[in-house]
Design a protein around this ligand. Structure first.
Ligand SMILES: C[S@@+](CC[C@H](N)C(=O)[O-])C[C@H]1O[C@@H](n2cnc3c(N)ncnc32)[C@H](O)[C@@H]1O
Length: 227
């Protein structure tokens, strides 16, 4: 376990590197190298709240899984068969370390969310705080839908566009309003019949050292139609 943050990252308390690019794996690898449990060890609050909707033994993937805190929780609570997908190898390395320490079998896939297509669709797909640029999002939404079996469930939480107002919300989350998500965008890209939950709310995030503070988020649950 690495205890000492890298100097380049400690210069900024939020671990922001303004001239770096979150669309590249290196940006995230540096963060994961800098310390363990970047997003804490507890699951995301929405994933925890929705866990009872996930069938026991379900096949669950998370896209942009990082250190896999959500998947390890679902493996424990729902006996889920879990797969972590991320383009940051350091995040996946930490995820494997955590899984091994917990005696959990975790599949890891190094892949870009903008191009990922699973060999076999999943019962549940999770996304928490994966913020792609607008030009990549339509395609990623299509891929998320296709990654589900018919009847399968997508659970996602993102910073909403309201979070761009820094007079009201903490300086956390993606750099730039263009990475934040609106409810209308989700209504446009996901067939409405499948939308089980789409709500915008303010929350006090407490999910590790860089996701701590008052935030505007969208919580989204979408079920792939059976036919
Ligand atoms: C804010 S972190 C959230 C990690 C995890 N979902 C959690 O809540 O603990 C965003 C994650 O998305 C990953 N990511 C960002 N862009 C990606 C892309 N295009 N393809 C795959 N992973 C990506 C990053 O490597 C990082 O692990």
């Amino acid at each position: 376990m690495k205890e000492t943050p890298r100097p380049s990252l400690t210069q900024n308390p939020q671990f922001r590197i303004e001239d770096d690019d979150p669309a590249r794996p290196r940006f995230w690898d540096e963060k994961y190298e800098s310390r363990e449990a970047l997003f804490g060890t507890a699951p995301n609050a929405f994933v925890r709240a929705a866990a009872s909707r996930i069938p026991q033994g379900a096949r669950v993937a998370e896209v942009g899984a990082g250190e896999a805190r959500n998947l390890l929780y679902l493996a424990r609570e729902r006996d889920a068969d879990v797969t972590a997908v991320d383009f940051a190898e350091e995040g996946l390395r930490a995820a494997r370390r955590r899984a091994e320490a917990a005696g959990i079998s975790l599949e890891t896939t190094a892949a870009d969310a903008r191009a990922w297509r699973p060999e076999r669709p999943f019962d549940v797909v999770l996304v928490t705080f994966l913020h792609l640029l607008p030009e990549a999002r339509a395609e990623s939404y299509r891929r998320l839908q296709e990654a589900l079996v018919p009847g399968g469930l997508l659970l996602a939480e993102w910073f909403s566009e309201a979070h761009a107002d820094k007079t009201r919300f903490a300086e956390i989350g993606p750099p730039g309003a263009e990475r934040m998500i609106s409810a209308n965008e989700l209504r446009k890209h996901f067939p409405r019949a499948g939308i089980e939950q789409l709500d915008e709310r303010e929350r006090d995030l407490d999910e590790g050292p860089i996701l701590k503070g008052h935030a505007a988020v969208l919580r989204f649950a979408w079920r792939r139609p059976i036919s």
